[in-house]
Design a protein around this ligand. Structure first.
Ligand code: MG
Length: 118
């Protein structure tokens, strides 16, 4: 039987903020100081490749396991958290800045197209 405690535990799990995640993830971010920034940047590229590979296999094999892709997305998230830490940014701040940029592009009619400084 599902209890209120179970429901509350799920709510906490799904209401995790980027800051909460970053704090917990950095406890497992163990690599030499001299490899800060480079290590998570390369790891992020590798994990993004793993996401792409899972999707590629969907095209090749005709089946798709969204949980497998989600696990790789989670790996990307870990490297993003580590990279944010190494750059001394809070993940929530990065998320807010990204949304502000996208909203600005929407308002100015430049959401489509290319270029970092639209
Ligand atoms: Mg992975």
């Amino acid at each position: 039987m599902i209890t209120q405690d179970d429901i509350d535990a799920w709510k906490v799990m799904y209401e995790m903020t980027f800051g909460d995640y970053q704090t917990e993830a950095q406890k497992t971010a163990i690599y030499p100081d001299e490899h800060k920034i480079v290590y998570p940047a390369l790891g992020l590229a590798g994990e993004a490749g793993e996401v792409a590979n899972k999707v590629k296999k969907m095209l090749r094999d005709g089946n798709f396991d969204r949980e497998d892709v989600a696990a790789e997305v989670g790996d990307c998230l870990w490297y993003i958290a580590a990279l944010c830490r190494d750059l001394n940014f809070d993940m929530g701040y990065i998320a807010r800045c990204n949304l502000d940029k996208l909203h600005s592009r929407m308002e100015r009619g430049t959401i489509q197209g290319s270029g970092d400084k639209r």
